[in-house]
Design a binder for this molecule. Structure first.
Ligand SMILES: Nc1nc2c(ncn2[C@@H]2O[C@H](COP(=O)(O)OP(=O)(O)OP(=O)(O)O)[C@@H](O)[C@H]2O)c(=O)[nH]1
Ligand SMILES: [Mg+2]
Length: 214
């Protein structure tokens, strides 16, 4: 008797991700899979991104959460192309969930699609969604040791964004330690420091995105 093994789940996800990827390419849309721990500022960063780039580019958002439409409702005030995925308890998005979501979006009309993954630095890392880039958002209030404790997320990142830098004065966050640990894991990974509250560094983030849209 043949026993189905767990690798098959990942293989299935990879095949679905490849289908998403070819659809994204065909539609000429840049896709960012945004990963972070709960509350690091994913939704805040998406809102600020729409405010900065929304006049230049058409932006769509897929919101992944275990339950509620709370984040999607905030984004809906700014743009039309927003879909909420409720995973119903699953701690990550998978390619099949994203395939359902994009079937409801007008992809051909979009330049940028941002996928807010479920707040979690562990499970979402292994699931390819067909994105161009995984961006890992870390925040000062979580502490400077996140690359040490959740290395896979940082290894897979194309970019690390450090948010809540306005809180630096109130935390014993050592930036040099944080940066050195990321460089050990992923030597070529850029790091952008931002504050969604004060706006500091957000221009660098917008420029990082723009560079792929030229
Ligand atoms: N001080 C400060 N607070 C921030 C900043 N960015 C976000 N916040 C606050 O952090 C909290 C969480 O922000 P969200 O954007 O909802 O975080 P999230 O990662 O989307 O959270 P989940 O979707 O629950 O995983 C909110 O109260 C934000 O106002 C920042 O740069 N500085
Ligand atoms: Mg959110």
């Amino acid at each position: 008797m043949e026993i189905e093994v767990i690798e098959n789940v990942m293989q299935y996800n990879k095949e679905e991700a490849d289908v998403n990827r070819s659809l994204f390419k065909k539609s000429n849309v840049l896709v960012i899979n945004l990963l972070s721990a709960p509350g690091a500022g994913k939704t805040s960063l998406i809102i600020e991104t729409i405010k900065m780039l929304g006049n230049e580019y058409k932006i769509g958002v897929i919101e992944g959460d275990i339950s509620s439409t709370h984040d999607a409702q905030k984004i809906k005030h700014l743009i039309d192309e927003v879909i909420q995925i409720n995973t119903g308890g699953t701690c990550h998005l998978n390619a099949s969930m994203v395939a359902h979501a994009i079937s409801r979006l007008n992809l051909k009309n979009l330049d940028i699609l941002i996928i807010e993954n479920v707040g979690n630095l562990i499970c979402p890392v292994g699931f390819d969604l067909g994105e161009d880039f995984k961006v890992v958002l870390s925040s000062v209030t979580e502490g400077d040791d996140k690359p040490v404790k959740y290395p896979k997320a940082f290894i897979r990142a194309s970019l690390v964004v450090l948010n809540k830098t306005d809180m630096m004065a109130y935390n014993d966050f050592e930036y040099d330690f944080f940066e050195s640990k990321i460089k050990e894991l992923n030597p070529n990974c850029p790091i952008i420091k931002v504050s969604c509250k004060t706006g500091s560094g957000l221009d660098d983030w917008a420029d990082w995105i723009r560079a792929f849209l030229k």
